[in-house]
Ligand binder design. Structure first.
Ligand code: NA7
Length: 535
């Protein structure tokens, strides 16, 4: 593909981002004999795990499965230390992979792609960076990540604050010294929930501003037991296959019966077991928790009963107790979150009672009073799934902008390709299971699919691929239909784009689960890339 003299300066592929998706995509492209280069805004590989360095940042998927499986020696050699990997360890792992496979030589760090335009006549993408570089390529592959564009809250006066201000998703590399400091934290999603216990241990005083309480389950994190590691490594492919066959690509079991088809005692026992096991497994206690509101309420009430038991002040316990559907917003996995509210140096402000009016030079002003602080932390999340791509000026055929194509919510065929944007692939794009699953195996599935597609095209001497509009519309409608049948559309989650003002309310990840999705991707290949036009 890159052999002709005319195209000597043209790369086969440009990869946007060098997180887990980007580095593996580079590896696969290189193995396929294609010339590829990646551009990365950060100073190193790691993506989400490069930026999210807030105290307590940790993955909610178990380390032995939140890892690559494409190279058996890699998965045998790498030694995770804890059940759930902490951010520094995940970042070291990403660096290890990049170095082990000599990937960094094809990555331009500290370089952000700001513009990408399709030239139909030349059948090439022209890509421009914030460092003034322009490159051309046949294929543009987005590995921008689902949770990478931080969500700046729409609060008056944010820039008036004269103290230290941090965003969890853009945490300073040198860390933050909380000793003797008063701290305000806005937001109570996973990032806040992981960091609040640690910050409260260090700071003089912490005030948490909560708009919506979340369901939080204990991680029950622990050092990995060498015997357990040996057992899994002795038969890693079998464990991987088992995970791949589940809805979310995780290894926790999914309950068979409905939560309403068992006795109260059986139900409580199941919930207790999963609470003590820790992690996201509570979501899978019964098979209908995400589709039957009455079943769901039993899990919701179980967590609320735990909050009432743990938190000593009944009024604080009440404020911390979510009333929305359990698991509708992403379930949070943390350590000592509810316990932290028993400390004397933390206060919880319910923004439904006293909304924030503005940020002042000294801190946060609610409708009731001023809270003067030294440090203001915005734990306000991300413009998820579309934000990072929409911040690049991407133009497809006839100068059509991606932001226009996605104005009423993202449209995509399989979360892999967008009609009107030929030769552009999106790894874990909207319309793929992505954030509802264990991300690294899901990334591998996408990257392998894209790599195989490019090889198949090369064999046919084909140079152009584009998702067909009708196939894309059918896929979008299919996912919307599945989402409407689930309880996941009943709250204002970032899955729906509801956390970003002005964003279209569309359920973005594919809700049908990993096995169904993989089968669909394989069927498309079997039927000669049905739904795409390859020329
Ligand atoms: P999340 O889960 O989106 O949480 C953001 C939090 O910030 C959430 O509690 C929001 O309340 C709150 N928020 C956002 N804007 C505001 C304003 N303007 N005022 C008050 N509160 C606000 O982001 P995280 O970074 O914690 O986690 C993201 C994912 O990363 C997580 O799900 C894991 O997958 C890893 P809201 O709920 O919208 O009322």
């Amino acid at each position: 593909m890159n052999g002709s003299k005319e195209h000597d300066q043209i790369c086969d592929a440009i990869v946007i981002g060098a997180g887990f998706a980007g580095i593996y995509m580079l590896y696969v492209l290189r193995k396929a004999g294609l010339c590829a280069t990646a551009f990365e805004t950060g100073g190193d590989v790691g993506g989400t795990w490069y930026w999210n360095r807030y105290p307590g940042a940790r993955c909610d998927t178990e380390s032995l499965f939140y890892s690559y499986q494409f190279d058996d020696a890699l998965q045998q050699d790498w030694n995770w230390t804890e059940r759930y990997p902490a951010q520094p360890e995940i970042l070291r792992y990403a660096q290890h992979v990049a170095e082990r496979f000599d990937l960094k030589r094809d990555i331009s760090f500290n370089t952000k792609i700001i513009d990408a335009r399709w030239d139909e006549r030349a059948q090439l993408w022209t890509v421009a960076t914030d460092t003034g570089r322009r490159n051309k390529c046949r294929f543009l592959i987005s590995a921008v990540g689902c949770l990478s564009a931080v969500n700046m809250p729409d609060i008056d006066g944010l820039n008036e604050f004269t103290g230290e201000r941090y965003q969890t998703g853009l945490w300073p590399h040198e860390g933050v010294d909380f000793r003797n400091k008063t701290v305000a934290i806005i937001g109570t999603g996973s990032s806040a929930i992981q960091s609040i216990p640690i910050i409260t241990e260090q700071a003089q005083n912490v005030t948490v501003f909560q708009r919506t309480p979340n369901y939080v389950v204990p991680a029950q994190n622990r050092p990995l037991d060498p015997a357990e590691v040996a057992r899994i490594k002795a038969d890693y492919p079998a464990f991987r296959a088992k995970a791949k066959a589940t809805y979310s690509g995780n290894i926790f079991p999914i309950g068979g019966p409905s939560a309403l088809d068992v006795t109260t005692e059986e139900r409580e026992r199941e919930y207790e077991n999963r609470w003590h096991t820790g992690g996201l497994g509570l979501m899978g206690a019964f098979q209908d928790l995400q589709v039957n509101q009455a079943s769901n309420e039993t899990a919701a009430e179980f967590v609320r009963s735990k909050i009432r038991k743990i938190v000593k002040d009944p009024e604080v316990a009440r404020k911390l107790s979510p009333t929305n559907t359990f698991g509708c917003k992403r379930l949070c996995v943390a350590t000592n979150y509810y316990e932290t509210y028993n400390r004397a140096n933390i206060s919880l402000i319910d923004l439904n009672d006293t909304p924030i009016k503005c940020i002042t030079a000294n801190g946060v002003r609610t409708t009731k009073r001023d809270y003067d602080v030294d440090i203001l932390i915005l734990a306000t999340g991300f413009d998820a799934m579309t934000g990072a791509l929409n911040r690049i000026n991407i133009q497809g055929t006839n100068g059509q902008k991606l932001t226009d194509a996605w104005r009423n919510g993202p449209v995509s065929y399989l979360g892999l390709g967008v009609n009107g944007f030929p030769n552009m692939f999106t790894i874990t794009g909207p319309g793929s299971p992505s954030v509802l699953t264990n991300m690294i195996p899901t990334i591998e599935q996408h990257v392998n699919w894209i790599g195989a597609c490019l090889v198949a095209m090369s064999k046919k001497n084909a140079t152009r691929i584009e998702a067909i509009k009708s196939a894309q519309s059918e896929w979008v409608a299919y996912n919307a239909g599945l989402a409407d049948k689930s309880l996941r559309v009943t709250c204002n989650s970032w899955y729906l784009g509801a956390n970003v003002s002005g964003k279209a309310r569309v359920f973005m990840p594919f809700v049908g689960g990993l096995p169904m999705y993989i089968e669909k991707c394989e069927e498309v290949v079997r039927e000669d890339y049905k739904g795409f036009v390859i020329t």
